[in-house]
Ligand binder design. Structure first.
Ligand code: ME8
Length: 648
């Protein structure tokens, strides 16, 4: 198939976007970007669900009318996605006139064919879920989702003859293996279908709820919110006659969490069948993000908001974390510590380090120009290429199967193999011997090639990082314009083209451990001077370092120009130090030194330390001190020297 259509749920406008919404939407974005990379024509839809009791209640609580309320929250969702680099083609609202027309068209069609009838129903109704429950479905007499007792309600309403399609649906699921996936959710729907399916109440009397789409055949009623919402997937692409509908509906994939499996796995395919069009191709169902206390909840203050985190840690790091941490289909726990740990280890240490070593050595040994393969690649050089090819194959097969974490693990195995290759090939030794120039060229070229392919493979997950890496390797292409066939090929970099070293891709994040030991709950509160995620040092017997390695540390004399406390920290000071240039450095010395006494002091600074953010404050360098019991004593010079002089 050369086309691909992916959707997210359309989110209720009764709550602000949180990490669960962000996950589904980023997953859909990753799928969309992957398919584009494979050369397919794609369409990606998201939007908001704006009718029904829930929205009326939320609007009432906010003291505004439902439309103004929906406008406000819908705009929040719409504005969130570009900030997370989500590349949706369309944003649908169920209050869009085109959508409302399509809902009425389908209702009329199904009514005309005899699959909608009028009847009285008496039952137990949960306002939160906006549906009737059977006694059997309740847990200790309460709605399992809202943990509230449903209210008894009797109503004359319209019903969709869903039961008529039970056998067809069963057969369809059984004969289409990936129709609902992963398998656990397919089995869950199959087990719903073991019981006789009831018809679905698809209307609400206007006297009780007027905020909805009027039934075209009885204006005393509005449409039940699920019958309205599910239709967005076809109304957005111009059902019944639009060219997009013909092009994309046969390849539609819906992405949802397990909470809305039943409407998508049962109501929606039977509705489509009754309206006379085939069901979607795949329903992709993922698990739930949980926070420390379990389910995310407003009242417990455990709602994690994506826009608190992404600007703090970087959009790409946030996207990477979500996709790497959750096994698609299973639940996962969210914690900021885990995010920082992934950022520091996988991104700063592994990927960031590989890229800066590669570009740094190209700069140093080849004046920043891509070298040719100077010598025939030997077994070690070729092993990287072979591993990369295997990873590419895995990537091609696992990505469409939603095994994002596995794919990322395979890419990281390549990154780690490349880092080991650097240590093994030791270019710094080759550089000492002019006779080894051809070999040095091959080693660097192999590394540059691997970085390029990695940049292409991570582009669906981390589009900004991918673009940045490629740009520094001389490839000027937006992430959405990359094509695997052209851009993912090994060996196609052009010798002689410039490579730019640039800043580290991912500055390490350091967090403050709050008093009492426990990390802060919720989002956006990074902490202390202590690194939250020290990577365990590899066990080494001989801990001595070479003189060459020591020489790589750029120690300079500096004079403190300004000093002030870092807000909300007992230990940290923000210093401006003159080391020949002005540097901002965060130092953990507030308990032993006041800001006033520091101004004018001579200090020694590690000048070439990677930039890091410490409690949200950028630090570029480190002030040296000696720990003497509980106090810290600053390292200084015997007598005053000019700032910027090197320590030798
Ligand atoms: O159900 N973990 O909207 P909704 C992971 N309007 N994903 C989560 C999550 C969590 N903790 N919480 C929410 C609706 N989600 C209907 C959908 S579609 C025709 C109508 C995500 O705002 C996940 O995608 O309650 C879930 O299915 C969706 O938000 C529910 O969003």
């Amino acid at each position: 198939m050369d086309r691909f259509y992916v959707t997210t749920p359309i989110y209720y406008v009764n709550a602000e976007p949180h990490i669960g919404h962000a996950y589904t939407t980023i997953v859909a974005d990753v799928m969309n970007r992957f398919q584009k990379l494979m050369g397919r024509k794609t369409f990606f839809l998201t939007g908001t669900d704006e009718h029904g009791d829930k929205i009326v209640q939320a609007a009432e609580d906010a003291g505004v009318d439902p439309k103004s309320y929906a406008d406000r929250i819908s705009a929040m969702f719409r504005q969130t996605w570009p900030q997370l680099n989500v590349s949706n083609d369309h944003f649908i609202r169920t209050t869009d006139p085109e959508h409302m027309k399509t809902v009425q068209y389908i209702l009329q069609k199904v009514h005309d064919s005899g699959d909608i009838y009028f009847s009285t129903y008496k039952g137990l109704y949960c306002v939160g879920c906006e549906r009737f429950y059977t006694e059997k479905e309740l847990v200790e007499g309460k709605c399992p989702d809202h943990e509230k007792e449903p209210v008894e309600r009797e109503e004359a309403n319209y019903f969709f003859r869903m039961s008529k399609y039970q056998d067809w649906l069963l057969e369809h699921i059984q004969s289409n293996e990936g129709f609902i996936r992963p398998e656990r959710y397919r089995n869950e729907v199959l087990s719903f279908l073991k019981e006789p399916l009831e018809d679905l109440c698809i209307s609400r009397p206007k006297e009780r709820l007027s905020w909805g789409i009027p039934l075209p055949f009885d204006d005393r009623y509005v449409t039940y919110v699920w019958f309205d919402a599910l239709i967005n997937y076809v109304s957005a692409i111009g059902y019944p006659d639009g060219p997009l509908f013909h092009e994309f509906w046969p390849v539609a994939q819906h992405t949802i969490a397990k909470d809305i499996l039943k409407p998508h796995g049962i109501y929606w395919p039977t509705m489509a069948r009754a309206a006379g069009f085939p069901p979607f191709q795949h329903l992709n169902v993922h698990g739930y993000w949980r926070t420390e206390g379990g389910k995310m909840s407003k009242s417990h203050g455990t709602v994690v908001r994506p826009l608190d985190l992404a600007p703090l840690y970087g959009v790409d790091a946030f996207r990477y974390f979500l996709l790497r941490e959750m096994v698609f289909g299973l639940d996962a726990n969210f914690s900021e510590e885990a995010l920082v740990q992934r950022l520091n280890s996988d991104l700063a240490n592994d990927l960031g380090n590989l890229f800066s070593r590669t570009t740094g050595m190209t700069d140093r040994y080849f004046q920043g120009k891509i070298p040719p393969f100077g010598s025939e690649p030997d077994e070690l050089d070729r092993s990287l290429e072979t591993q990369m090819e295997a990873t590419l194959d895995q990537w091609r097969t696992e990505m469409p199967r939603l095994a994002f974490h596995k794919t990322l693990m395979a890419v990281w195995e390549c990154i780690n193999a490349a880092n080991k290759y650097v240590d093994h090939a030791a270019p710094w030794n080759l550089a000492k011997d002019p006779g080894q120039l051809p070999k040095l060229q091959t080693v660097l070229r192999t590394l540059l090639e691997i970085n390029k392919v990695v940049a292409v493979l991570i582009s669906p997950f981390m589009p900004d990082t991918s673009e940045k890496m490629l740009q520094r390797l001389g490839i000027e292409k937006g992430a959405l314009d990359l094509r695997l066939e052209e851009d993912g090929k090994w060996g196609t970099l052009k010798a002689g083209m410039p490579v730019h070293k640039g800043e580290p891709l991912f500055p390490r994040i350091q967090r403050e451990e709050p008093k009492g030991g426990k990390p802060p709950k919720g989002a956006g509160k990074p902490g202390s001077s202590r690194d939250a995620a020290p990577k365990p040092a590899p066990a080494e017997k001989d801990e001595s370092i070479s003189f060459d390695l020591f020489k790589q540390v750029d120690l300079r004399a500096g004079i403190v120009k300004q000093a002030e406390k870092v807000p909300k920290s007992d230990r940290l000071l923000r210093l401006i130090v003159d080391i020949g240039e002005e540097r901002q450095v965060v130092a953990g010395i507030a308990q032993t030194h006041s800001p006033e006494e520091l101004v004018g002091r001579q200090v020694i600074v590690v000048a070439n330390l990677q930039r890091a953010k410490i409690m949200g404050v950028e630090s570029h360098g480190m002030v040296l001190a000696v720990k003497d019991g509980d106090t810290l004593k600053l390292v200084t010079t015997e007598s005053p020297v000019s700032p910027g002089l090197k320590v030798t």
